[in-house]
Design a protein around this ligand. Structure first.
Ligand SMILES: Cc1cc2nc3c(=O)[nH]c(=O)nc-3n(C[C@H](O)[C@H](O)[C@H](O)COP(=O)(O)OP(=O)(O)OC[C@H]3O[C@@H](n4cnc5c(N)ncnc54)[C@H](O)[C@@H]3O)c2cc1C
Length: 313
């Protein structure tokens, strides 16, 4: 019996259900790209997530946890392991804070904040994905990131224990965190701090943000994974917009196969239909090279390429 079948049987025995086989990752990613994952499982409870991860660790079977798949580029070769989609959903609004399970979508949190009369999370408007993904990459926009409002997060650590981490311990930086730096751990839940606010004012802020995003970002439903590169830092510490560098380096109009630079904002790589990860990676290399040649700046990817043979958080 091969390794996949053995693991699948062990999974059925321990967790009481079988992971699906050969699931196309293109359907799980906003990029619409990716070959099959050997095994795929949607965890809907903390118990399921914990057991699936524990089994993969004990069996030394490669695994990877995703949320909404809005910031990952899956590989054309798929994934040789167990891909777990986090579907732990739930929100409780309390005085001055929101407690949320990590698979909850950011739009749902905004709705809860509005209905509870809480403000401070408006910057999340229009950012797709789950709280877990947002904490991992310190997602944000317009000067605010989730790390600015996170009080604590509970992590499932690589050794199987749970740990409550503070904002400081998670060492948030620009689109960065201790988790992304390889600290390990899966976010199970988070507490976000808010302040009592006026619903109409919050709604107006959200409306403004969504309008701004509408003019700059690809239209809703365009296959992409958000900004492809991080903005860079100048010698004096100022942020230099990657989109501007790319535009001035002649990125507009470039494409490899169906992977193309979005015409209105050069920091978006879009999939025009049949792009593969190879096309995206080749285009991204060309873009980096152009910016380096013109400005001496090395762009760093914000989008995460999951290699077919990668293993675990
Ligand atoms: C149209 C569009 C617009 C976007 N705009 C923005 C923007 O304005 N600002 C911004 O910051 N981002 C933006 N993004 C990127 C994306 O929305 C964010 O990065 C978001 O936080 C990703 O969440 P996700 O659940 O989809 O994560 P995924 O893409 O599923 O995963 C991203 C990474 O997080 C890890 N991860 C996921 N869940 C967990 C967990 N529970 N514990 C530990 N690690 C986990 C995954 O392993 C992976 O490495 C945009 C994307 C799109 C498609």
């Amino acid at each position: 019996m091969d390794r996949k079948t053995l693991f699948r049987e062990a999974f059925l025995e321990k967790i009481g259900t079988s992971p699906s086989e050969n699931v196309p990752l293109s359907a799980l990613s906003s990029f619409g790209i990716g070959g099959p994952a050997d095994l795929f499982f949607e965890a809907r409870t903390e118990g399921e997530l914990e057991k699936a991860v524990a089994l993969a660790v004990v069996e030394e079977y490669p695994f990877y946890v995703i949320g909404g798949g809005n910031n990952v580029l899956f590989d054309d070769a798929g994934y040789r392991g167990l891909l777990i989609r986090n579907r732990l959903e739930g929100i409780v609004g309390e005085e001055g804070r929101i407690r949320v399970l990590s698979g909850t979508g950011l739009p749902a949190i905004l709705r809860e904040a509005l209905s509870a009369g809480l403000s401070g999370l408006e910057f999340l408007a229009g950012i797709p994905g789950t709280v877990g993904g947002a904490v991992y990459g310190n997602a944000g926009a317009y000067g605010w990131s989730i790390g600015d409002v996170l009080e604590t997060a509970t992590l499932l650590c690589p050794g199987g224990e749970r740990q409550t981490m503070t904002r400081e311990a998670l060492r948030f930086g620009y689109r960065d965190s201790a988790l992304k730096q390889g600290g390990g751990g899966i976010v199970l839940d988070a507490v976000l701090s808010c302040s009592p606010g006026d619903t109409q004012t919050s709604e107006a802020k959200i409306h403004d943000i969504l309008e701004k995003r509408r003019t700059k970002h690809p239209p809703l439903g365009t296959a992409c994974a958000g900004s492809y590169f991080k903005n860079s830092c100048s010698a004096t510490g100022e942020r230099i917009m990657a989109g501007q560098l790319l535009e001035q380096a002649g990125a507009r109009g470039l494409a490899v196969g169906d992977a193309a630079v979005y015409e209105k904002h050069c920091n978006f790589i879009i999939n025009k239909g049949n792009a593969g990860s190879r096309d995206v990676l080749l285009l991204a290399e060309e873009l980096k090279e152009r910016v380096y040649r013109k400005f001496g700046v090395r762009l760093e990817e914000e989008v995460i390429h999951l290699r077919a043979d990668a293993s675990g958080q």
